[in-house]
Design a protein around this ligand. Sequence first.
Ligand code: 5AD
Length: 353
Amino acid sequence: MNTTDGAPLTAEEIRNWLLEEDEARLETLWRMADATRHQHVGDQVHLRGLVEVSNYCVRACRYCGVNAERAEVTRYRMGRDEILACARRAAEMGFGTVVMQAGEDYGLSGTFIADVIREIKKIGDMAVTLSLGERPDADTLLWKEAGANRYLLRFETSDPELYRKIHPDRGGLVSDRIAHLRRLRAMGYEIGGGVMVGIPGQSVETLVNDILLFRELDLDMIGVGPYIPHPATPLADPERFPPLPGGRQVLATETMVCKVLSLARLMCPEANLPSTTALATINRESGRAHGLVRGANIVMPNLTPPQYRVLYEIYPAKAGIHETAEIGIEKIRKQLADLGRIPGMGHGSRQRR
Ligand code: 5AD
């Protein structure tokens, strides 16, 4: 089978890899993904400073711990100066990107975010990535003009029926994140999509289509992590959301997540792929390192102030939730050194060849 010649895998080949259980053959998959990563994006690991700016959200996503229907969650929204203080720390630590992530929070107005983007750009030569939900085009256009570079919006699953079940529409508007990503690309953003692995109702065939869609959309960034049930959310209730019967349900295992990550690398060789916090959460010892040697080239250290970080609990027992930024970053730098990888220089944008 091809490794780094760029010929895409067929749906059948992807399916077979997802079903592969032989450890020795899986080693071949990891090696191909790692070689493709080395050849196309090199040994630098770009660090993106993540700031979780608000946990308010208008959406009722069935999987998410901070969904709008959870009245018991204490909500926070960071102020301009608090966000800028985090961005300054990102610059001091030499990161090339600041990521502002939040629920879909209209309390973060279009003009507020635009102003913060402009201020971040004055701090240093950093890219700005936004992950603020399905905002109207008027907002995302404003933010692009203010200097934002990238937008993250995982489509979660390519199966429209499953998507509708786990991600209800809102305000009479059909949620179509795939169309949304296409519009963001047309506005000039680098676009990031991705999926959760192991959603109740997800089959291997669904995952095959997810991976084919990564390539069809020509994603610049792809986030893949395990689905981690949050007990206070509807999706964690097997009566309401039963697993697929007959052994067809995809399990949220580290191996399955790594298979999807490796296949994403083989299908989208130039994409920036993070080794996600959710992967580090299901294997605290070595989840992050495994991601980095099976296709990933990005890590997103969390710079959210500790008093807010504990409230951004989209799933339980999130890795690093009680850590200071310094300790988290020290650990990451040590892991990179152990793997013979180097912290990235510059913005770490997608390079087209
Ligand atoms: N488990 C794993 N990932 C989750 N996300 C949201 N809730 C969960 C969960 N329970 C992911 C979604 C979302 C991203 C910000 O976090 O993929 O797009």
